[in-house]
Ligand binder design. Structure first.
Ligand code: PRX
Length: 646
């Protein structure tokens, strides 16, 4: 299946040139921009100048493999760059955020408004003893206060750790504890498809027996009842009321931590990816301007949740550093109707839309009558992120959303890369549906075989980054060794992305997907080991193995093979109970679509589970080499019964 998928991709020969009107007005018209980027140090030195520095840097890069320091000696503040410097000119009263809640409530925050509330909240944090270097966990819905909390942390130099609001209390606890957060910012709940979903209750559960958290600050969003623990919990609206609006931005070293963001890897324990102020801010502001061709008058909408890296880099830091007007939406795309996104675009005259292939495939399934009933003529550029976009979805997006006039920027990057690494520069790069085209200027990417040799054009292999880049992760929080081993020790001297890709004769890249034990479900990374440990945690489960299987809308879905403990009687509700257990342990994004019960899992003679074979079974395709199996009858059983159980 995988083989077929990329063969199909590379056969895609359609080319889409940027419309001449677009190119004429584009931010980047310069066709030799990629050549300029070949001297990457000079290139990034030049881009560093787009920020405001309290003190200029002494050296662009100090590379002590695999530890990088960018803009060494420089001092700056991310919140200052996102807010204060826009207050001097015409942007003071420009909308920074235009927010719409699921129920239709609206709020516009100008740069001045945002600056004021961020400063106030920064003072609130300080009043609770939060100092430079202290970690603050943010567990919030998509509301302006989430962004305010992030920027307030950045302002005082307290690294934030945003945890996606859909994660369970247990997942939250792991992340709070790993970061040793001092404060948690949350809300009573959030709105989703007209219902209220509790968040504060999750925080209460997560913090049982956790001693590091001294304060919980609660935003009132839904008005639902919550228990407020005396001495620990306070209401946001009460504590911010009298806070001073003056809070000078802390001068941060370029290599001080800006945030930690947890992501899934190949082990059960999520990794705390560490990003630092200087390099990250240069990387995200440059790519945001160039890839999205950002103009002063644009209304830019990124549909990602702030709980993911896309929300950090392209909803908050990149756009605000560039003084953009950002649209933010709280709720579901099908509430109250399936045209909610298109209604938003019509109402707010959104000009740039950045979303994920899984959303596009969902819209395709709903049909084009929803977008065609709305005026989408304000759109001029479309973006895609999170997973490979299949040419069919690309074409649908191009035709029905972009009216065949908007270039599509397919952006390849990762939590770890912090910034977009491969994407078209829309005024100059011809597009091929399904390809993220070429590396961004100043980024050096290769495809290599298992021995580290660069593969010829037309072939595929492992996707690696050859040279450090400004927004790269600087380490895994508290675990330099894991950082080295995971990213830099797999292939000598280069950063391994975990992805497989092909390149064609024009040097266009076609990313195929993960080659490690990470599943990409609707553009979200789920570690198979995490789901397996959640299943094994259930009292009836002896062993579990998970793989990703191709899914029409989600890209991939979790398929779990489970063997139960001796003597367990299989009840009607067992499968549902196991799925619910995974939701309880991780969150609904990790819920397996399929659970298959089996007495045994296929293992090698040395006892290693043969995931490759399980994947073949889950995908319903011909089995690969089975000669190393310890007991071939296991496979016969699985193959025979897979359809009857599903
Ligand atoms: O497999 C790649 C896929 O998403 C992974 C990174 O996931 P995460 O860290 O959660 O960040 C997602 C948002 C940046 C990558 O290793 N991926 C991301 N973007 C693309 C993609 N695969 C193909 N094409 C893309 N545009």
């Amino acid at each position: 299946m995988k083989e077929k998928q990329h063969d199909g991709l590379i056969e895609e020969k359609r080319l889409f040139f940027p419309p001449s009107e677009f190119s004429l007005k584009a931010v980047i018209k310069n066709h030799d921009i990629h050549e300029l980027g070949q001297n990457e140090i000079k290139f990034w030195e030049e881009q560093g100048k787009r920020l405001h520095w309290f003190k200029p840097w002494d050296k662009v890069l100090e590379w002590n493999h695999p530890f990088a320091k960018w803009y060494v000696g420089g001092k700056l503040n991310a919140a200052y760059n996102c807010l204060d410097r826009h207050l001097e000119g015409a942007r003071r009263n420009k909308a920074a955020f235009v927010f719409e809640g699921e129920l239709g409530d609206r709020r516009v925050l100008t740069y001045q408004d945002l600056h004021r509330e961020v400063s106030q909240f920064a003072n609130v944090l300080k009043s609770y003893g939060v100092q430079k270097g202290d970690r603050v966990t943010i567990y919030m819905p998509m509301i302006p206060e989430a962004v305010i909390a992030m920027l307030a942390c950045a302002r005082i130099g307290a690294p934030h750790c945003v945890v996606f609001g859909g994660f369970s209390a247990e997942a939250l606890r792991d992340r709070v504890q790993d970061a040793q957060a001092k404060v948690v910012v949350t809300s009573d709940g959030s709105f989703r498809r007209g219902k209220t979903i509790p968040l504060k209750d999750g925080v209460d559960q997560a913090l049982q027996n956790v001693t590091c958290v001294k304060k919980v600050i609660v935003v009132q969003r839904t008005g639902q009842h919550v228990e407020m623990q005396e001495d620990r919990d306070v209401w946001y609206h009460e504590v911010i009321k009298n806070a001073s609006i003056i809070c000078p931005a802390e001068p941060m070293d370029a290599n001080d931590m800006l945030f930690i963001l947890y992501t899934s890897g190949t082990t059960g324990k999520p990794k705390g990816v560490v990003h630092t102020v200087g390099g990250y801010m240069v990387g995200v502001s440059t790519t945001h301007e160039w890839v999205f061709d950002l103009k002063e008058e644009d209304v830019y909408w990124c549909t990602a949740d702030i709980g993911w890296i896309t929300g950090h880099s392209y909803l908050v830091y990149g756009p605000l550093a560039n003084g953009a007007t950002v649209f933010m939406y709280e709720g579901a795309p099908d509430y109250p109707e399936k045209d909610r996104y298109w209604e938003i675009i019509e109402n707010y005259r959104v000009s740039i839309l950045y979303t994920a292939p899984t959303a596009i495939r969902t819209f395709m399934k709903w049909g084009e009558s929803y977008p065609s009933g709305r005026d989408l003529s304000s759109l001029r550029l479309l973006g895609s992120v999170g997973e490979p976009i299949n040419p069919e979805a690309w074409m649908w997006y191009y035709k029905y959303i972009g009216g065949e006039r908007c270039p599509i920027v397919d952006t390849w990057w990762q939590t770890e890369t912090g910034m977009i690494m491969m994407a078209p520069v829309p005024g100059i790069t011809p597009l091929k549906p399904g390809s993220c085209t070429r590396p961004f200027p100043g980024i050096c990417i290769d495809i290599i075989d298992h021995e580290g040799n660069i593969v010829p054009k037309g072939e595929g292999g492992y996707l690696v980054v050859r040279k450090p880049w400004p927004a790269m992760l600087k380490t895994v929080y508290g675990d330099d060794k894991r950082y080295e081993d995971t990213y830099w020790n797999q292939f000598k001297g280069v950063y391994f992305t975990g992805d497989e890709a092909k390149w064609d004769e024009d040097s266009y890249f076609w990313v195929i997907g993960r080659v490690d034990d990470v599943i990409n479900v609707s553009g979200h990374r789920i570690g198979t080991a995490e789901v397996e440990s959640a299943l094994v945690d259930h009292s009836l489960v002896a062993e579990a193995a998970c793989v990703g299987r191709t899914h029409e809308v989600k890209g991939q879905a979790v398929f779990a093979f489970v063997s139960l403990k001796e003597g367990v009687v299989i009840g009607d509700k067992l499968i549902d109970e196991l799925k619910a257990h995974v939701v309880l342990k991780i969150g609904s994004i990790a819920r397996p679509d399929d659970i298959f019960l089996t007495a045994e899992l296929p293992k090698t003679r040395s006892g290693k589970i043969m995931r490759r074979l399980l994947k073949d079974i889950a995908e319903g395709r011909a089995m690969g080499d089975t000669s190393t199996l310890s007991d071939a009858s296991v496979i016969n059983f699985l193959q025979k019964n897979i359809h009857t159980q599903k």
